[in-house]
Write a protein that binds this ligand. Sequence first.
Ligand code: CO
Length: 194
Amino acid sequence: MKTLKHLLDRNVTWAESIKRNDPEFFIRLSKQQAPEYLWIGCSDSRVSANQIINLQPGEVFVHRNIANVVVHTDLNCLSVIQFAVEILNVSHIIVCGHYGCGGIKAALEDREYGLIDNWLRHVKDVMRFNISEFQGLSHDEQLKLLCELNVKEQVRNIDNTTIVKNARKQGRELYVHGWIYSIEHGILKDLDRE
Ligand code: CO
C-alpha cells in the first residue's frame, strides 16, 4: 500500500470522535498552544508522551531522540528547550527514560550499529562517570542502573544549559524532573523521589 490510506482513515475517525465530545476542540487549539510541560523522552514507539501521561493535544511540548539524551551541542534539542522555556513559558521540564531501552542496552553492551554508535557515546560516558556502581551487578541490573543514571545525567545537563541558568537568574521558577517508565507495567517513577 503506497498511500497509507488506513492511517488517514484512522485520523478522520479520531478527529470525529474528539469533535463529537467537544465540537470546538480543534478550533480552540488552532488559536494557540499553551502547554505547561516540556517532555524530553526516548524515540521508542512504546513510550509516547501524551498517552502515558494521559494528556490531550496542546498540553505537552515534546522532544524525543534515541535514549533521551540532552547534549550540550545539540542545536535541535537546545532549540526545543529554549522555545519551551522562553516563548511558551513552561515551568516543568520532564526527562523521561524507560527501562529496557534499546539505545541504553547497545551502549552498555558496546555493540556496533553504525552512525548511532556516535550518539550513544554520550550514554557510554554516563557509564564511565559512574563505573564503580556497575561492579558486581548482573547484566539486567546494570541495564536498569544505566537507564536510571542516564536520566539523572540528562537532568543535570538541562540544569547546566544557558537557557535554564539564565531563566533562573531572572527569578523564573523552572523545575526539571527525572522520570523513568516501565513498559512492562505502564507506570512512571519519579527518580527525584526515591
Ligand atoms: Co529507549
